[in-house]
Structures are given as structure tokens and as C-alpha cells.
Design a protein. Structure first.
Length: 408
């Protein structure tokens, strides 16, 4: 490996032909992750917009790869046809980002004149930019095919110079406005944690896009001044574009995927927390919930909760309410919080009820307890069943208090 290849510029130059496929692959994976939700909730315009934006971003990195540039030029028979095509995709991506941020922040139900005016303005301006790019390309003379450095190679060519400057200014403007909208949004109160982290990823991603634009514009301006800083465009800008694309993809996906994963984790955790009480009720009932292969986590949680309550309701008649009250008082004496003391007392009362039912299975139970709190707090009771040491301490305290003679 040469000394040049050991430098960052040399590294990028060596791997440039395959460099652009990295963000394209990441964006395609992000789109694949999001696709099931988009298909399932196709009527949600925000999800469709996120999917369209990811598809557009993926297309940009696919068509900017040197091998794709050469293939498109060869198929169309027009030298450097890929230039206005890639710039048009990039401009459309900028417009999509602005439209999505405006819609996302203001809400789909916002139909105010100001929001509609802003969206129409974005569409009109960036559509005009795309048309102007193709007009300028038709007027330009670009006979030599450039796969990597067309921005700097034709920086002084008539019409091509204006084309390059136009797309860079349109991209910079979009990045500036999007950054301003995002960072202002982050500073507002009451944001969901997943949304805030997603916005931060978007903010850093669009900040990197501004650095990308600065590198490109500096390299082009250097050509105008008769200097050569092409490495800023060919070696510095590409990694910035790749990292920016990854952060933007994560930023748009994180609020939705994060909330989805959080909800799934919450459901699975709730089902896991019910396991001790479920196993105890299985022992009482002689069997548990039948396994259903296609049942999702939410349905399995509901079935487990229903099973526990169905078994617990008749078992509650064996609960000794006086004994339960003494256990509760003992737990309070030991310093447990009222909610924790109630859960521990209920857990021990249920264990005692299971033993009482086992000793006299033919008896139907004589108690008539108020089961409202018991059936509602099955999660807390199940968690208490895991704490054998705490229950032993409460039982010992209750027994000690029962042995204390009454004076007077």
C-alpha cells in the first residue's frame, strides 16, 4: 500500500468506487425495516412520506456511484447525463426533507394558510430549480465524461458553472432552513424522548450536510480563483455525505421504531412480571393458558392477565382478611411504603389461601373479600412473590407482634 493510501484522502480515493454503496445499503436496510409499518398503515401520510424520503435518499447514493454514473451515461448516449439527474434527485430530496419537517412539526391536521403557503413555496421553488438544472445542462458544453470530479472539473465552464452553483445553493438553503426548524423544535417543551433523540440525529445529520456544502463550495471557488482544492470535493465531502445520510435515516426512523420497540418491551416485561403469580395460579387451576403459535405479545399478555383473574376470583374466598391486615401493618412497621406493604400482604394472603384450599379442597371458602384492588394490582402482587426474604421478614414481624401481650 502506498503512502498516499495511508492518508484519509488516499483511503477515500482508493475505495471511492464502492464508497457510495455503503450509505445506499444502510438506507435500503432502514427502508426495509420501515416497510412493514408503511404497508400496514398505508393510510398514514406521514409514514408514506418517510418511506418516500428514504427511497429518494437511497436513489441519490445509488446513482452517484461512479459505476452507475458511467452506466446511465452509456444507456442515454449523453455525456455526463448523470450530472443533472443526480442533482435533480438531490434537489428533490432537499424539498422532501423540508416538506416532511414542516408537516411533522405542525401536524397532519394543520391546514392553516401559513403552512399551506410554506409547502406550496417549497414545491414551487425546488421544482423551478430542477427545471433550471436541465435547461442549464442543455446549454452547457461538457464533452469529457467525469465520474468523480465533475463539480470542480467544469467549475469554470459556461452554464455548467451556474448549474453547479445552483444545486449547491439549493442544497445549502434547504440544509440551513431544515436545521433551523429542527433545532428550534428540539428546544420546545413536552417532546417525547424518542422524538427528541430522533430530532437530534436529524440536526447533526443536516449540520454535516452544511459542512458537505462548505467543502464543495470551497473546492469550486478555489477553481474560480485558479487554485486546486479538488480533494475537498472528492475526498472530504463523500464521507460527510455518507455519515449525514446515516444520521438522517436514523433520525426519521428512531421516533417510530423506538416507540414501537419500547411498547413491545413494556408488554414483554409486564408479561414476565406476571410469571410468579401465573405459575401459582396454574398450580391452583391444574393447567395454564393454551399456547397459540400466532398470538402476539399483546394478546399473550391479555390472556395471562385474564387467566390469573379468573383463577384468583374464586380463590379469594379463602383469604383471611384479618390475617392480611396484620401482615400489612407489619410491613408498614418494617418501613415499606404503603403500596409495597399492600402488595406484600396480598401476596402472602394469596399463598395462605392456596394452602387453605389445598387442605380443604371440598370447602368453597367462607370469606367475602373486596377483590377490586387485588384484581387490579396483580402486577405488583406478582412482583412481591419474587421477594421471599421480604415476605419472611414481614411474617416474622407479624408473628412477633401477635405474641406481645396487651397491657392495661
Amino acid at each position: 500500500m502506498t503512502a498516499l493510501a495511508l492518508t484519509p484522502v488516499g483511503f477515500v480515493n482508493e475505495f471511492y468506487p464502492n464508497f457510495w454503496w455503503i450509505p445506499a445499503g444502510i438506507l435500503a436496510a432502514a427502508l426495509a425495516i420501515k416497510l412493514p409499518s408503511i404497508i400496514r398503515l398505508w393510510k398514514d401520510p406521514l409514514l408514506r412520506a418517510v418511506g418516500g424520503l428514504l427511497l429518494l435518499a437511497c436513489a441519490v447514493f445509488v446513482f452517484v456511484a461512479p459505476s452507475t454514473i458511467a452506466r446511465v451515461n452509456r444507456l442515454t448516449g449523453i455525456t455526463n447525463f448523470s450530472a443533472p439527474w443526480v442533482y435533480s434527485l438531490l434537489t428533490a430530496f432537499c424539498a422532501s426533507c423540508l416538506l416532511l419537517i414542516i408537516t411533522w412539526r405542525n401536524g397532519l391536521s394543520d391546514r392553516s394558510a401559513r403552512t399551506r403557503r410554506a409547502m406550496r413555496g417549497v414545491i414551487a421553488v425546488y421544482s423551478g430549480v430542477i427545471v433550471a438544472l436541465w435547461v442549464l445542462f442543455a446549454l452547457a458544453d461538457v464533452p469529457e465524461e467525469r465520474l468523480r470530479d465533475i463539480d470542480t472539473y467544469y467549475a469554470n465552464a459556461p452554464y455548467m458553472r451556474e448549474l453547479i452553483l445552483l444545486y449547491l445553493l439549493a442544497h445549502t438553503t434547504a440544509a440551513l432552513v431544515t436545521n433551523w426548524l429542527i433545532w428550534n423544535w428540539i428546544r420546545t417543551d413536552g417532546l417525547d424522548a424518542w422524538l427528541r433523540w430522533g430530532l437530534k440525529c436529524l440536526g447533526f445529520g443536516y449540520t454535516l450536510q452544511l459542512v458537505f456544502d462548505a467543502a464543495k463550495l470551497t473546492a469550486v471557488a478555489a477553481r474560480w480563483a485558479g487554485r486546486n482544492l479538488d480533494w475537498l470535493s472528492t475526498a472530504v465531502a463523500p464521507p460527510l455525505a455518507c455519515l449525514s445520510a446515516v444520521l438522517i435515516a436514523v433520525g426519521f426512523i428512531l421516533p417510530h421504531a423506538g416507540q414501537y420497540l419500547h411498547d413491545r418491551w413494556r408488554v414483554r416485561l409486564a408479561r414476565h412480571e406476571l410469571r410468579p403469580l401465573y405459575l401459582l395460579m396454574k398450580r391452583v387451576n391444574g393447567g395454564g393458558v393454551p399456547f397459540v403459535l400466532r398470538a402476539g405479545p399483546e394478546l399473550r399478555l391479555i390472556r395471562r392477565e385474564t387467566f390469573i383473574r379468573d383463577v384468583l376470583l374464586p380463590l379469594a374466598r379463602f383469604i383471611d382478611e384479618e390475617r392480611r391486615g396484620k401482615l400489612h401493618d407489619a410491613a408498614i412497621t418494617l418501613g415499606f411504603t404503603p403500596d409495597r406493604a399492600k402488595a406484600l400482604a396480598a401476596a402472602m394472603a394469596i399463598l395462605d389461601a392456596v394452602d387453605a384450599r389445598g387442605e380443604a379442597p371440598e370447602r368453597d371458602g367462607a370469606g367475602e373479600p373486596d377483590t377490586t384492588d387485588l384484581l387490579r394490582e396483580i402486577g405488583a402482587v406478582s412482583r412481591a412473590l419474587r421477594c421471599a426474604d421480604e415476605m419472611r421478614a414481614v411474617r416474622a414481624r407479624a408473628a412477633a407482634e401477635a405474641d406481645v401481650p396487651v397491657v392495661g
